[in-house]
Each structure stands twice: as structure tokens, then as C-alpha cells.
Design a protein around this ligand. Structure first.
Ligand code: SF4
Length: 150
């Protein structure tokens, strides 16, 4: 079994730490999040990659309890498996808080796209964020985290 660094306060979206794991093969680098990983205070995870999806990949959105790609494929299984795998890593590392990419169907917390691919936001969480919320993690997006640290 893999050994993970402990204790590590934050689990963070890997794309915020500079990993090019977004659907379009780019990252969402936020230097303050990359610094948390470098100092050993955060562990990066990408639930969609952990769920076996390739990079780049067709973008997806939550549609109720399901996750569907822009091409109409049901990818709920991959997203769910990835969220569980990422949660396992977060718990193994002793994390109690998360900094997650806003509006993602996996990582978004509080506001996500509505499944119509029309850039329409609704209240809700991505699959990974929802699992972390159920487990009592303190949740930030990169936007609320930066505002709190400012
Ligand atoms: S699943 Fe999360 S970590 Fe992976 S690219 Fe999407 S927002 Fe970033």
C-alpha cells in the first residue's frame, strides 16, 4: 500500500497546484496553492484522472445525480470512482480541509454548472466536494481561500 505524507492539513485540486490535468490538458496554476504542496501542507489529487479518465477529455457536467459529457456519454461511474479514490488519499494523509477548483463537476463546491453546457450555474457540489462535505472537511475554492488569506 502507498505511504502518504502525514499529517497534511489540505487536500487540493491538482490543477490548482500546476498539474496539467484539466479536460483541455492545461492547469489552473495558483502559486499560493502550489506553495502549500511544496511545503508539505497539502496533497494534490485529480479525481477525474484517478477515476481513469484521459487528459485531455471531453468536458462533463453534473446533471442531477449523474455526470454527463458534452457528447452525451454517462461518466458517472468514472467520476464516482475517482471521488472515492481521492477521498481515500485525503483521509490517509490526515487532511481536514480542502482547496478545490471552483465550478468543476468533481471539485466545485457551492456552485456548479447545471448540466446543460450553457454556462448556467446552480447551487451544488461536484462529486468529490460532496463526499468531502459529508465527511466534515472544511471546504474552500481557490477564490474563497485567497480571499481568506488576503
Ligand atoms: S477534477 Fe478537479 S483537480 Fe482534476 S482537473 Fe478537474 S478541477 Fe482540476
Amino acid at each position: 500500500m502507498t505511504d502518504f505524507p502525514k499529517p497534511c492539513r489540505y487536500v487540493v485540486s491538482a490543477c490548482l497546484a500546476g498539474t496539467p490535468c484539466r479536460y483541455d490538458g492545461r492547469s489552473n496554476l495558483r502559486p499560493e496553492i502550489a506553495a502549500l504542496v511544496e511545503s508539505g501542507e497539502a496533497v494534490p489529487v485529480c479525481p477525474e484522472v484517478l477515476g481513469g479518465l484521459p487528459t485531455p477529455r471531453t468536458p462533463s457536467e453534473r446533471r442531477g445525480e449523474r455526470v454527463v459529457s458534452a457528447e452525451g456519454d454517462d461518466v458517472t461511474g468514472e467520476f464516482s470512482a475517482g471521488a472515492e479514490a481521492a477521498l481515500y488519499i485525503a483521509e490517509e494523509c490526515g487532511c481536514s480541509a480542502a482547496v478545490l477548483k471552483a465550478r468543476s463537476p468533481s471539485c466545485g463546491c457551492g456552485r456548479i454548472y447545471d448540466g446543460t453546457f450553457t454556462h448556467t450555474l446552480v447551487d451544488g457540489d461536484g462529486l468529490f466536494a460532496a463526499l468531502l462535505r459529508k465527511k466534515g472537511f472544511q471546504l474552500f475554492t481557490e477564490e474563497t481561500f485567497s480571499a481568506e488569506k488576503a
